[in-house]
Design a protein around this ligand. Sequence first.
Ligand code: NI
Ligand code: MN
Length: 226
Amino acid sequence: MKVTFFGHASFAVETAGKTLVFDPFITPNEQASHVDLSQIRADYILLSHGHADHVADVEAIAKANNAKIISNFEVVSWFGNKGIEGHPMNHGGKWRFDFGTVKYVNAVHSSSMPDGSYGGNPGGFVIWNDEGCFYFAGDTALTEDMKLIPLTCPKLDFAILPIGDNFTMDAEDAALAAEFVQCDHVIGCHYDTFPYIEIDHEAARAAFAKRGKKLTLLAIGESVEF
Ligand code: NI
Ligand code: MN
């Protein structure tokens, strides 16, 4: 699995011959100005919730690639009204796609669409296939529900967790989340994009090291293989 960071909570994961794009917020992010949206390929766009800092570039990427959205029912319906095809899910459910199995899991956050309409409840994704298994938490607080993931899903190879504080977990809580989900390698996200979520990188890495976990902070545009 090849993971590429596009800034904030935006990622691409290439696996099983498909490209999954998560929470695309690229053109409004000045720090990602070197990322060319037209170069981003997507077979699927997975959305954790409806907030603008997670869905800003969905329409452009979906229409350029004929990509299908995977999210909660409300987010999928909202984009469906714009003519974008999607697969609706809800918490606790899983579905076998052509790239692997997706389980939509709990997140503690909020969700509204950019026009203020109802965005359902926010979630995260656990995704697995023959190449491995990973958790994309979305925006979330630390929650005991994370302990259900190792009980109900294959062993995680890596997890993408928010660490920016204020709107989500900070690095200390995210390191505990890594223990809850029993995962040793975490890719951090949702930090440094806005003044509210600027973090000390060394302190964040230390918070994970203290629990025997590795935190990777990718440069925008950088990729890592699992
Ligand atoms: Ni949010
Ligand atoms: Mn957010």
